[in-house]
Design a protein around this ligand. Structure first.
Ligand code: SF4
Length: 676
């Protein structure tokens, strides 16, 4: 065991079960929960995580009845058929020596169907339709459905259930005044508002007996106007313990909260202080969650006494062996989650199965079986960005003899730029991970060497993989050669001076990254918890009104006056991630960044950027013009006649440059190597 992980690997008894370590794999929707047949793919997904040594797995949420579903397809645990569908999951985890609890989730007003229900008929700001208020008999029936769901889970072989009482779902909708305007015994005073949650736990315990784990996921911090106060959260937690829960897991923020809780700008373990408040009044174990992504962050939470366990979700997509590696002290072998949400949450909200940007095999393990090749080949990979490194790693894993060329002195390609953006330093960990994997697998890495066609030929490869990436596009504008024009690469590398007044040509992800880089150069609220709280208006002290306070404007003074411009019509930042884009848009808005769409660029000169908008010639006075206007593929080796006889393929940006996409790059590189 790693010396620095003393607390993490101490066994703990929770109700009827003993866990070998204090790491829980938190609930995540995978998109594999629906359908009619047995949940075989989900079983493989969880089996793989159980094999990796996690103490306890909590499934994605399953609905206790039809109205409780988030949307379609139906994802329920309510009938004997459902029990049969789930058995492959529990059997697979059991066989791997793991433990698994089923999460019971009633979406309430967060449902995306037209028959949603809630405590009161109040529409959520993130849903199109208003729910119907449950009648008193319906509330009783819903409680019975929770109990039935838990009993079905027990029948299916789960070790327990987690009753989802946070993130703004139905139970939270009863708990908070924001959404509970009832005047009967289920609304009004806290005692009434928490009756629904307490009755669910009490009646479930009465039916499942003592030998079945009941976890309650409790909202430690609502982060919405009209949310629970700190005292309310404690009162509810105590009542839930008294009702028979074995453990409290904590959740932070409702889905409609306008404060990031798991995105990149959130500091590590930023909310464990809220979990600690609950732990202080409880005698059952308490788990902390949200932005705990490394063994050292997890250990620190436990060492501080903020929680008894930690719940990590996305890190188990990135690396199913997170726990085993942490236990063995092999920290640098862990493929860390970079909190991008691009392939997990963003996929889910687009109705797709989830995956992981840094580990495309996540939730699709069968397609990514990296067996040994029957015919080991000599493979040359040109380009040490994410596509090239992914291809080289997997090809070497398959037993091929791999040589990788990188023209720069360091590996990582565009990730080296991204890591300079505030909150994205973790991208450097991904580079280090792949670099070490390549080293361990015996890939020959030639850094600072430009692979000419002759150089490639001299290696006599069986297969050439061209992963030479992209170069920033220089749009055809008069004066583009003016000294005040710099590329996004130069801006993010810090190799060009950037004046106070900045025009950014482009309105996509890179334009946002560059803006954030410039605006946050002096701030540290993506790494310091108290600065983060101040910046976003979180109140850890008096803690009333869901933990919100007015945002202090003092820290809002921007270091640059930035204007984003683009040729096309429509809103800016359309290509930003579905679940994270709003954070970046808000940051730019708060810093007073201006946006101008539908412009025609006329010229760049000493005065600034001249453009036409709505038929009117205008001037944007600026010191610097930064080009974030896309990129062009660099793929000369694909066109070289000298290499025409070789089997060669391009991947990543060299293959398709319309948008920088590390998810596609890693996926393509991995899949190609598996096919060789
Ligand atoms: Fe983490 Fe991104 Fe993978 Fe999601 S897609 S698990 S956020 S690295």
């Amino acid at each position: 065991m790693s010396h620095g992980s003393r607390h993490l690997f101490e066994p703990i008894d929770i109700g009827p079960i003993r866990l070998e370590n204090r790491i829980i794999m938190g609930s995540m929707h995978t998109g594999l929960e629906g359908g009619e047949g047995p949940l075989d793919q989900l079983a493989t997904f969880y089996r793989r995580r159980a094999e990796g040594g996690v103490g306890l797995i909590v499934t994605g949420g399953f609905a206790p009845n039809y109205d409780a579903n988030l949307g379609t397809p139906r994802e329920e645990m309510a009938s004997a058929d459902d029990v049969a569908r789930h058995k492959p999951v529990t059997q697979a985890v059991e066989k791997a020596g793991g433990k698994i609890a089923l999460q019971i989730l009633h979406a309430g007003r967060y449902s995306y169907h037209d028959h949603s229900v809630s405590a009161s008929a109040i529409r959520s700001p993130i849903n199109r339709t208003a729910p119907r208020a449950l009648t008193d008999p319906e509330i009783e029936q819903t409680i019975d459905d929770y109990v039935n769901c838990a009993m079905r889970a027990q029948e299916a072989g789960y070790h327990g259930v987690e009753i989802m009482g946070s993130e703004g779902y139905l139970i939270t909708q009863f708990l908070a005044e924001r959404t509970n305007h009832r005047e009967d015994e289920w609304g009004g005073a806290l005692e009434n508002r928490m009756r629904f949650a307490v009755e669910i736990v009490k009646r479930t315990r009465a039916r499942v007996g003592e030998d079945f784990l009941i976890i309650f996921r409790h909202s430690a911090l609502d982060l919405v106007d009209g949310g629970m106060s700190g005292e309310d959260t404690k009162t509810v937690a105590k009542a839930i313990e008294a009702a028979g829960a074995d453990m409290i897991n904590t959740g932070i923020g409702w889905h409609e909260a306008q404060i990031p809780t798991i995105a990149q700008p959130v500091p590590a373990a930023a909310f464990s202080w809220a979990t600690r408040r609950l732990k202080e009044v409880l005698s059952i174990p308490v788990a902390a969650a949200n932005r705990i992504h490394t063994p050292e962050d997890a250990e620190a939470v436990l060492a501080r006494g903020d929680a008894d366990l930690v719940s990590l979700a996305r890190p188990f997509l990135a690396d199913p062996d997170f726990v085993e590696k942490a236990k063995a002290g092999k920290r640098s072998d862990i493929n860390l989650c970079i909190s991008c949400n691009q392939a997990c949450l963003d996929h889910y909200f687009m109705g797709k199965s989830i995956s992981c940007l840094v580990n495309p095999a996540a939730a699709d393990e069968a397609s990514f079986e990296v067996g040994k090749s029957q015919k080991p080949k000599k493979i040359v990979v040109v380009g040490g960005g994410m596509a090239g490194m992914a291809a080289a790693t997997t090809a070497a894993e398959r037993g091929h003899d791999v040589t990788l060329y990188e023209g720069a002195d360091v590996l990582g390609g565009q990730f080296n730029l991204a890591r300079n953006v505030p909150g994205k330093a973790v991208f450097g960990e991904t580079i280090s991970y792949f670099e070490k994997r390549m080293r361990d697998l015996g890939v020959t890495c030639l850094l600072g060497v430009k692979a000419s066609p002759e150089e490639v030929l001299a290696r006599d490869p069986d297969h050439l993989i061209v992963a030479t990436g992209v170069s920033p596009r220089r749009p055809d504008i008069a004066g583009i050669g003016h000294p005040k024009v710099v590329t996004y690469t130069q801006a993010l590398e810090g190799t060009a001076p950037i004046g106070e007044k900045v025009a950014i040509i482009g309105g996509g992800g890179i334009a946002y990254d560059v803006s954030l880089y410039l605006l946050h150069r002096t701030g540290n609220y993506h790494s310091d918890i108290s600065s983060f709280n101040k910046h976003w208006g979180i109140d850890p002290e008096s803690f009333v009104n869901g933990g919100l306070v007015e945002v202090e404007r003092a820290d809002q003074k921007a270091s640059h006056q930035i204007t984003l411009l683009k040729r096309s019509e429509g809103p800016f930042g359309r290509t930003l991630g579905r679940t994270t884009g709003w954070v970046h848009r808000r940051e730019l808005q708060r810093a007073g960044v201006k946006t101008l769409a539908n412009v025609i660029y006329d010229r760049i000169d000493d005065e600034g950027l001249h453009f036409t908008m709505g038929g009117e010639a205008r001037l944007l006075e600026c010191d610097t013009v930064i080009l974030c206007a896309g990129q062009d593929s660099v793929s000369d080796l694909m066109d070289s006649d000298l290499l025409a006889h070789l089997k060669r393929q391009s991947i990543g940006g060299a293959h398709y440059s319309a948008e920088l996409d590390a998810k596609r790059a890693i996926d393509e590189g991995t899949r190609l190597a598996i096919s060789l």
